[in-house]
Structure formats: C-alpha cells, structure tokens
Design a protein. Structure first.
Length: 564
C-alpha cells in the first residue's frame, strides 16, 4: 500500500470522493453516488451530523499500525489506500455532537482479492477493544467454520504480531476468541444461525452471498439494536447463481438509498463493480471493479484470468462474480433509473392534461397488499402518428395497518406526501378506490378502464354501471404485457413518456425484473422478493397496452352520478 501523505485522513477521504465524482478516479455508478452523498452531506447546513476529523484519524491511525498477516509483507504495517481511508473515515467519522455515530449499518461489496477480510478484522478489533464500550461483544458470522475464520484469523494474527501493543490494554488471543478480561469484551466467530438473545456491539457478516436465508442477518440486526452506537457490517463479494439471499437484497436496498428512492441516513454502503455501459471484456471493467488492483492482488494474474474468461465461456460466470462483482445468475432490472428520472415532470397535473384522451389502468391483485391505478394520457404529435407522447399520474392504496408497519417506513413517508392512500383496517377498502376512480372518470376524458378480469371484474362492472365508461380486459399474459413494456421502454428512451416524479411509481418500476426471450418478448415481469412491490408498474403496463393501440374516442363517456 502507498505511504501515508501529510494530509489528514479526513482530507484524504474528502479528496477521494471529489476525485471519484470528477472522474479522475475510474469508478462505477454506485461508488460515484456514495461519494457524492458524502460530499452533499458535507455541504448540508444545520445537519445533525458532522464529519469529525479526529474520529476518522484515530481509526485510520490504528489501521496503519496493524501488520500484514501473510505474504512478503508479513509483519509490516498496513498502508491504507485512498478508498479504504474513505470507507473507514465515513463509517467512523460521521458523528453528532454527543459523539454518536451516524452509521449503524455498513454494506461493502467488493470483489475477491481486494483486502476486505483484513479491513473487516481492523473494524472488529477497534469496535471490540478500542471504542470505549465495556463488555463489547463482536461476532463474525458465516455459513461455515472456515469462512467465519476468514475475518477472525487476520484479527488474531494482528493481535499476536502486535502482542506488546495489545498487552498494554489487556487484549489476548486464544484459539477461538480474542478477549479483554478487565472489560469483559470479546471477539469470536459464529457459525450458522446465531441465537436471537445476543446483543453484539459489532456484528460482521462475511461473504454474505453464501447465506441460505436472512435468519443470521436478522439475528445480528435485532441484536445490534440493543446497543447504542453498535455497528452491523456486511462485507462480501457477489454470488454466482442465487440472488435469494440477504446480501443481494441489501444491495438492492442500498442502491435505492444511493439513488434517492429511499431515505436511510443510518446506512453506509458502497458497491465496487463495473458500470452496465462498460463492456465486461474491457480492461476498464476490471480496473473499475477492483480498487486494490495491483496492491493486494496481482494485476497481471488478474488480467490473465480475465483473458481466459473472455475466451472460455465456462469461466465467465466465475470471473464476473468474483472479480467484477456481478450477480451473474440474476434477472436484469428492466428499467434504468437515469432514463426514467429524465422523464419526470413535477409540474404535471390533471389540469395541465385536461382534454387529452385518457386510459385508466388498475392492478388490484390483493386486498392486503398494495393496489394501484394510473391515468395514462396520450397526445399525438403532428407528423409522428406512431410516436405519441404519454403522461402518467398514479394513485396507490394500502391497508392502514401496513402503512404504519415500522419495518416499512417508506409507506408512511409516501402517505404523508400524499402519494399513498391508507384505507382503514388490515385490508384494502375497494370502495375507496372505486370512489376515486369514478371521480377521475368524471373529470377526465377516459377512453377505457383497463383491468385484469381475474382480479378486478366486479369492481370494474360497478364503475361501468356508475359512469358508462368503456371496459377493456387486459389479461396479465406475455402477449399482452410484453408489447406494453416494449412501447413504454421506447417512449422513455425517446423522451415521449412523462410522469410527475411519484416516488412510489418509481420504486415499483425499478423493482421490475425481466429478461428477453429468443422471440423478442419479455418474460412476465417479476419482483426479486415480496417486499419489492411492482403493482403500480403493472397498472401502468395494463393502461399502456390499450393506450398504445386504441384510437381515442371521439365522444366523451356520459358521466352518471355515483352512489355508494
């Protein structure tokens, strides 16, 4: 590692963030967003948290006193690279006036060979024995004993090679634990499923992509919540085939935080990979994904493996997951957020769209889950009859009990913003959706009410009886939904689609996963896990299916009074 500069560690962290954002350091989208978030927080006035140089200095100074565990540098002190200074300074440097750390959880996804285990070991030792917490319990969990020791082993080696230093604070290393008798603090590996009764001050999930389920993560998280200033650290590489695990789910949640879809200021995270726009066969992809290239790994050997993977398809998945940090077995996210975000028009209102033909799409699949309707307006442009513009407004509904669930705070936020209607009780009151839809039909030039007969037949029939609106059945099948997705995708990329910036709709759209079949059709859209709702997106697809092919009605539907 490079020698330390005369600048403070905090200054090095800030400079790294600026270099990444400016493009001076080649980095992927998620690293750029993490760095931009840091810089934005530095500029926030009257912010609860501040970036404390002394806190960053203490942790980084300790890190550079720790020795290399093995190799030709064994026993010599580590020298932090700029990206490592940024990570440690960010996690430990952001505090409030009382010294409470901003980040209670950290998620670091970095390819194999970039020194993540020694970094986690340093964090474990600091949290266990130097953070001033009596009785601190630090645990490192994994699926196997060998994996659990990947962080414990370098930590034990650091204590043994710096025995005189650690002896001054009473820290000793045993075969399966590191402990401090006078404070009753300890660090130990945990294999398999942890007990829910624990209350770790620091819990580390190493190579979390190997976990079969989220039980260990939930156990650690609920345990850490019992201790003030605790830290839950997930540090891993991407997986090869399965995305049904907490590591992948955490990555999806983090990316939504970095993109501004969710708010969670107590979560720090960074993902080192290559951008989707960068060809994985290029050297830039390898450089972008591996921040410690040529430092903790052999650059020549890595590039040689890269060439072999390019030539041999059998080696591609392994290389792309372990060295480019790609989840090679996952379906692709359907919509790119940057393209979708360009279509946002916060000034879009019913009044501004008055007079345009409108299609109402509905997805009412479950009475206990999210339901949505969209109003999709179409405007034909002179000389381009095959390239109309579309304008979308969304309504969403959820039972009040679900809205108030503390594990899903985004729902409450959207309710306060007026983006989500909470219906009384623990199931959706369809009469509320019915009344809103009837009112919308009374105000808009609705050509058709579009719905899936298997989920909303009676609901649609009642609205038809009240308003006389034309009904259009749109079954949720590939032959119906795929063309709608294709048209919406084309409209987004052409700048012909417009939405009002509704964060709930954006969330649903970005949750849609799909892949293209040899026929050119998309498979039916799906979500990665139950929490990732796509209902508003489905309502949009249903409306788009009819709006993209139907001719606008010449005569507006006669509105009939509605009586509940």
């Amino acid at each position: 590692m490079t020698s330390a500069t005369k600048r403070s560690y905090a200054a090095r962290a800030n400079n790294y963030a600026r270099d990444v954002v400016s493009g001076k350091v080649l980095a992927c989208k998620w690293v750029r967003l993490a760095c931009q978030r840091h810089l934005d927080d530095l500029a926030r006035p009257d912010y609860r948290w501040h970036f404390d140089e002394a806190h960053a200095h203490r942790v980084c100074t300790f890190a550079e006193q720790m020795p290399h565990e093995k190799g030709v540098l064994q026993g010599q002190p580590l020298r932090l690279e700029e990206w490592q200074v940024f990570l440690l300074s960010s996690i430990f440097g952001w505090v409030d006036e009382e010294g409470t750390r901003k980040y209670r959880e950290a998620f670091i996804l970095v390819p194999r060979g970039n020194g993540k285990s020694p970094l986690a070991a340093i964090i474990a030792l600091w949290m266990g024995f130097l953070d001033g917490q009596p009785g601190a319990e630090v645990v490192c969990g994994a699926t196997t004993e060998a994996q659990a020791h990947e962080v414990f082993r370098p930590a034990k080696a650091m204590v043994e090679q710096r025995a005189a230093v650690f002896a001054k604070i009473g820290v000793e290393a045993a075969a399966k634990s590191i402990y401090q008798a006078r404070t009753r603090s300890k660090f130990k590996p945990v294999i398999g499923k942890a007990k829910y009764g624990g209350s770790p001050y620091c819990a580390i999930l190493d190579e979390a992509h190997q976990l079969p389920d989220d039980q260990l993560y939930v156990s650690f998280k609920t345990g850490c919540n019992k201790r003030k200033n605790s830290l839950l650290l997930t540090i891993s590489t991407a997986g090869v085939t399965s995305t049904q695990n907490p590591c992948y789910q955490q990555q999806q949640d983090l990316q939504k935080v970095l993109e501004g879809i969710f708010e969670n200021e107590r979560l720090f995270g960074i993902v080192y990979t290559s951008d989707e726009t960068v060809d994985w066969t290029s050297r830039d992809a390898v450089v972008m994904a591996n921040p410690n290239l040529g430092v903790s790994n052999d650059a020549e050997a890595l590039f040689d493996d890269h060439e072999q993977a390019i030539r041999n398809p059998a080696k591609q998945n392994g290389f792309r997951s372990m060295h480019l940090n790609e989840w090679t077995g996952s379906s692709s996210a359907w919509m790119r957020l940057d393209a979708w975000a360009k279509c946002a028009d916060p000034g879009l209102t019913e009044e501004s769209l008055k007079g345009l033909p409108c299609w109402v799409g509905a997805d009412l699949a479950s009475k206990i889950d999210l339901a949505a309707t969209v109003r999709l307006y179409r405007k034909n442009v002179d000389g381009q009859p095959d390239k109309p513009h579309y304008y979308c407004l969304t309504r969403a509904y959820l039972p009040e009990e679900r809205v108030n669930d503390p594990t899903s705070p985004h729902y409450k936020t959207w309710q306060i913003q007026g983006r989500l209607t909470a219906t009384s009780g623990n199931s959706i009151d369809y009469s509320v959706i019915e009344a809103d839809t009837v009112a919308d039909i009374g105000k808009c030039d609705v050509s058709e009410l579009c719905y899936d007969i298997s989920h909303a037949d009676q609901w649609a029939q009642r609205i038809n009886q009240a308003t006389g609106v034309t009904l259009a059945e749109v079954p949720q099948r590939i032959d119906q939904i795929s063309p709608a997705m294709k048209e919406l995708e084309a409209a987004v990329w052409d700048g012909r689609f417009h939405h009002d910036g509704n964060p709930l709709l954006t969330w649903c759209v970005t949750n849609v996963l799909t892949r293209e079949l040899p026929s050119g059709d998309y498979i039916m859209p799906r979500k990665e896990r139950p929490e990732n709702k796509i209902d508003a997106a489905m309502a949009l697809f249903i409306a788009m299916r009819r709006a993209s092919v139907a001719k606008p009605k010449k005569k507006r539907a006669v509105f009939k009074p509605f009586f509940v």
